[in-house]
Design a protein around this ligand. Structure first.
Ligand SMILES: Nc1nc2c(c(=O)[nH]1)N[C@H]1C(S)=C(S)[C@@H](COP(=O)(O)O)O[C@H]1N2
Ligand SMILES: [Mo]
Length: 322
C-alpha cells in the first residue's frame, strides 16, 4: 500500500485554504490576539508595511509559490510582521519600521569576493533578474522565543553560490550588511561591532532550504524585512538571517558573526533551533506566536530536521544549538 506521509513543512491536502480568504481572516483575528498579547500594533501608515511600490523588480511579483514548502500553521498577518522587527541598525527595539524607511535600497550593489574564480560586483536588479523567484512559506523562530510564519519570495542561495563560482578552498560564506550611520542611526551606537555580519558553511549555504529573500507577502520586501536582499535559514535562530546584504565573501576561515562577537556564549556560529537547549537566560522549550495569543512547543531545527539534520552528524564538541 502506498502511504503518502506528509513532511513537517507540507500542508495536508484537506487543510489547503484559498490563501486570500485565509489571510484576510487571520488579519481580522490578529487584531484581537495581538492586543491581548500586548503587542503595540498602533495603526501603521500603509507605506510602512505595504512593501515597496517603486521597486524596479515589481513586475516579478507575486512569484509562483513552491508548493513543496507549506506549513500547517496560519500565516502571520503582514501588519503584525511589518511592525515588530529586529533590525538593530535602526534601533534596539521592535518598533523600527518607520525608521527603516530611511534606507535607500536603490542603487544597491552586491559584492562577491574572497575565494572565488573572479571577484565581481553586480547590481541588485541584475542579480534578481538572473534568478528565478518563487514563494515559500517558512517558519521563523527568534532566539528571544517568539515566532512567525511568513510567505517569503526569493531564490535558492545555491543559485547565488553557483553564480559566484567559489574555489574548492572556500569552506564558508561570510555575509555583511550595509554600513551607513547617517541613515541607520543605530550604527552610531559604537558598542556594537558594526556592520552586522553572519556566516554559513558551504553545506548550509547550498542546502535546499536556504533562501535569499527579495520579497514577502507577494511584493518586493518592505525595508524593515531587510530589503533588497536578506538571508533566510529557517532552521536556525532568527539572528542568523542577516538583512540588507551588500557583500558575500567566500572564505576558508569561519566567519565571526556580530552577535557571536558580542556574546559568543549566548549567540554562537551554529545557532540551530533546539527546544532542549536553553538560552543561558531563558527557556527555548516553547515560543510565543506573534499575532496569536498563545505559546506552542518549539521543534528541533524549527521543524526542518528532515532537510538539515544530516549536516550536523558527527560534529564532536561543536556547540550546535545556540
Ligand atoms: N542586519 C541585520 N539583520 C538582522 C537583524 C539585525 O538587527 N540586523 N536581526 C536579526 C534577528 S535577531 C531576527 S529575529 C530577524 C528578524 O527578522 P524580521 O524582522 O523580518 O522578523 O532578523 C535578523 N537579521
Ligand atoms: Mo532574533
Amino acid at each position: 500500500m502506498l502511504i503518502k506521509r506528509n513532511k513537517g513543512w507540507e500542508l495536508p491536502e484537506h487543510m489547503a485554504t484559498p490563501e486570500d480568504v485565509f489571510l484576510n481572516r487571520r488579519t481580522f483575528m490578529a487584531g484581537a490576539g495581538a492586543t491581548a498579547a500586548g503587542i503595540g500594533l498602533g495603526i501603521a501608515p500603509s507605506s510602512v508595511w505595504a512593501g515597496q511600490d517603486d521597486d524596479p523588480t515589481k513586475d516579478l511579483y507575486p512569484a509562483k509559490r513552491n508548493e513543496k514548502y507549506k506549513i500547517i500553521r496560519p500565516l502571520t498577518p503582514e501588519k503584525v510582521n511589518s511592525t515588530y522587527n529586529n533590525f538593530y541598525e535602526f534601533g534596539s527595539h521592535k518598533s523600527i519600521s518607520k525608521a527603516a524607511q530611511a534606507l535607500q535600497t536603490r542603487p544597491w550593489e552586491i559584492t562577491i569576493d574572497g575565494e572565488v574564480e573572479t571577484p565581481f560586483k553586480i547590481s541588485i536588479d541584475d542579480l534578481i533578474r538572473k534568478m528565478t523567484l518563487e514563494e515559500r512559506l517558512y517558519r521563523l523562530r527568534c532566539v528571544e522565543a517568539w515566532s512567525m510564519t511568513i510567505p517569503w519570495t526569493g531564490f535558492a542561495m545555491r543559485d547565488l553560490v553557483d553564480l559566484a563560482k567559489p574555489l574548492s578552498s572556500a569552506k564558508y560564506v561570510r555575509m555583511e550588511t550595509f554600513m551607513n550611520p547617517e541613515v541607520a542611526t543605530g550604527q552610531k551606537q559604537g558598542w556594537y561591532p558594526w556592520p552586522y555580519v553572519e556566516g554559513l558553511t558551504m553545506a548550509e549555504a547550498t542546502n535546499e532550504l536556504t533562501m535569499m529573500v527579495t520579497g514577502a507577502y507577494g511584493k518586493p520586501a518592505a525595508k524593515q524585512f531587510g530589503a533588497p536582499l536578506r538571508l533566510i535559514v529557517p532552521w536556525k535562530y532568527g539572528f542568523k538571517s542577516i538583512k540588507s546584504i551588500v557583500k558575500f565573501t567566500f572564505t576558508s576561515k569561519r566567519p565571526l558573526g556580530m552577535w557571536e562577537n558580542i556574546q559568543g556564549r549566548e549567540y554562537g556560529f551554529w545557532a540551530n533551533v533546539n527546544p532542549k537547549v536553553n538560552h543561558r537566560r531563558w527557556s527555548q522549550a516553547s515560543e510565543r506566536v506573534l499575532g496569536e495569543n498563545k505559546r506552542i512547543p518549539t521543534q528541533l531545527f524549527n521543524g526542518y530536521s528532515e532537510q538539515v539534520a544530516d549536516m550536523y552528524k558527527d560534529m564532536g564538541t561543536e556547540k550546535l544549538f545556540y
